[in-house]
Design a protein around this ligand. Structure first.
Ligand code: FES
Ligand SMILES: [Fe+2]
Length: 421
C-alpha cells in the first residue's frame, strides 16, 4: 500500500430509509442523489465485491497492460515478466498523476510523465528522477526508500477468461463470491479458450443501477425488444426460468427456443409481432447451431455489481458497465468466439453480434430506455418504483420469467452492502 492511503469519509445518508414494503419498492432518489453515489463508491466499488477489470486475453503476454476503472477510480492491469497478473490504482505515488495514459499496450516498466517516477509491472517504485539531485545539490532526503512507495495494489483474480479486482481482503474468491447455484453456468459459457471478435462501447445517460436493473429485467425483454418476439428468438412462452445465486446478488435468466408454445398474452399485450407481419431481408442473421446439449439458446447472467454475460443464439458477449457520475454510465461490449470455432461458426457469431449494441437490432432500446427512466424520475426522489411482478420476494423461478425477482435480488444485495435496512 502507498503511504499516502487514508480512509475517506463515508456519507452515512442518515435521512435515508428503505420503504417498508421492502424489495418491491425502489426509491427514485437512488438514481439521482450525489451523496448516495459517493457512498456507493466506498461501500460497493471499494467494498467486498469483485469488479470486472478486463479479459485475460487483453493482457495475454508479459508486459501487456490495460487501463480501466473501478467505479470512479482509474486502474491498470498488468502481466509481469513472470506471467503473473497485477492490478493497481493508476495514480502516481508522487503527486497523483495518471501513470498509464494509454488504453492498452506492452511495456517493461511504467513511467509517469510528470516527474518520471518509474514503476515495475508489479507496481513497485523502481526509480525516481534526480533522486540524488543535480551535481550534488537538491534531491531526495538520504532516507528516501523506493521500497516504501508503490502504486496502490488491488487484489486480482482471473476466472473463466475474465480478470477481476477488489479493494477488499474480505471478498471470498470469485467462485465462492458467485456461489454454487450460478457458477456452473458461467463455466458453461466462458470456461473455454476464447478469442475476441470485436468490442464497442457507448455512453448511456442514466445512473449505473438502472442498467443493473435492465439486465436483470426479464419482464421487459420481450415487450420492449419486439425483434426478439417477432422473430421468436426469446419469448416468455418458451420454456425458461430465473436462477438466483445463493446470496441473491447475481442471477441467470434463460430460455429454450425449441420449446416455443405461442401464448395469446402477447396479442393482449399489443406486442408488435402480434399486430404486424415482418420478414428479414437477410434471414441468415438467425442461423445458429446447437452448441450445448442443455437446450438453452438465450441467457443473461449477471454478476453483482456491474457485469452481464449474454448468450443469444451463438452470440457470446461480456457486457460491463461503469459509472461516470450519478447520471451517466459507460457500457462496454466484448464479443467472444472460441479458438477452435470453424470460419463458418465465427461468421455466425459475428453476424449475430448485430442483434445487440448501440446500433443493434435488439438491445439499442436498452440504450435509451434507462435514460427515459432517469428523465422520468428526476424531481421525484420521494416516489418509488413498484415491482411486484412475480411477487415481492427475491427467489428463483424455475418455470417463468414473468417476474421481477432478479431485480429484487439486485436490491437485496445493494441494501445489504450499502447498509440500507
Ligand atoms: S506525479 Fe508522477 S512523477 Fe510526479
Ligand atoms: Fe433489454
Amino acid at each position: 500500500m502507498s503511504e499516502s492511503r487514508t480512509s475517506s469519509p463515508v456519507n452515512p445518508a442518515p435521512d435515508f430509509a428503505w420503504p417498508r414494503e421492502g424489495l418491491s419498492r425502489v426509491p427514485f432518489r437512488l438514481f439521482s442523489d450525489p451523496e448516495i453515489y459517493a457512498r456507493e463508491q466506498e461501500k460497493i466499488f471499494r467494498g467486498p465485491v469483485w469488479n470486472f477489470l478486463c479479459l485475460e486475453l487483453d493482457v495475454a503476454n508479459p508486459g501487456d497492460f490495460k487501463t480501466g476503472n473501478i467505479g470512479d477510480t482509474p486502474i491498470v492491469v498488468t502481466r509481469d515478466e513472470n506471467g503473473e497478473l497485477h492490478a493497481f490504482v493508476n495514480r502516481c505515488a508522487h503527486k497523483g498523476a495518471l501513470v498509464c495514459m494509454k488504453e492498452r499496450g506492452n511495456a517493461s516498466a511504467l513511467t509517469c510523465i510528470y516527474h518520471a517516477w518509474t514503476y515495475g509491472l508489479d507496481g513497485q517504485l523502481q526509480s525516481v528522477a534526480f533522486r540524488n539531485g543535480i551535481k550534488g545539490k537538491g534531491g531526495m532526503p538520504v532516507d528516501f526508500d523506493t521500497g516504501k512507495h508503490r502504486l496502490e495494489a488491488i487484489r486480482v483474480e482471473a476466472c473463466c477468461g475474465m480478470v477481476f479486482g477488489t479493494f477488499s481482503e474480505e471478498t471470498p474468491d470469485v467462485e465462492e463470491f458467485l456461489g454454487d447455484a450460478v457458477m456452473p453456468f458461467l463455466k458453461r459459457n466462458m470456461n473455454r479458450p476464447l478469442k475476441l471478435l470485436g468490442t464497442h462501447s457507448q455512453v448511456i445517460h442514466n445512473n449505473w443501477k438502472l442498467y443493473a436493473e435492465n439486465v436483470r429485467d426479464s419482464y421487459h425483454a420481450t415487450l420492449l425488444h419486439t425483434f426478439y418476439t417477432t422473430f421468436k428468438i426469446n419469448r416468455l412462452d418458451m420454456d425458461g426460468g430465473i436462477l438466483l445465486s445463493d446470496k441473491k446478488w447475481h442471477h441467470i435468466s434463460y430460455a429454450k427456443r425449441a420449446t416455443l408454445n405461442e401464448s395469446a398474452e402477447y396479442s393482449d399485450a399489443k406486442v408488435h409481432s402480434a399486430q404486424f407481419g415482418s420478414d428479414l431481408e437477410g434471414p441468415e442473421l438467425l442461423d445458429a447451431w446447437d452448441e450445448f446439449d442443455d437446450g438453452i439458446t438465450h441467457s443473461i447472467q449477471t454478476m453483482f455489481p456491474t457485469i452481464a454475460i449474454q448468450y443469444t443464439l451463438n452470440s457470446l458477449a461480456v457486457r460491463y458497465f461503469s459509472p461516470r457520475g450519478v447520471n451517466e454510465t459507460e457500457l462496454f461490449w466484448m464479443y467472444l468466439g472460441v479458438e477452435d470455432d470453424t470460419p463458418e461458426q465465427t461468421d455466425i457469431r459475428v453476424r449475430q453480434g448485430n442483434l445487440t449494441g448501440a446500433a443493434g437490432l435488439v438491445s439499442l432500446e436498452d440504450g435509451c430506455i434507462s435514460e427515459f427512466v432517469q428523465r422520468g424520475t428526476t424531481g421525484s426522489g420521494h416516489h418509488n418504483a413498484f415491482m411486484e411482478m412475480g411477487g415481492t420476494e427475491a427467489a428463483s423461478s424455475k418455470n417463468s420469467r414473468a417476474t421481477e425477482a432478479s431485480i429484487r435480488g439486485f436490491w437485496h444485495g445493494y441494501r445489504e452492502i450499502m447498509g440500507f435496512d
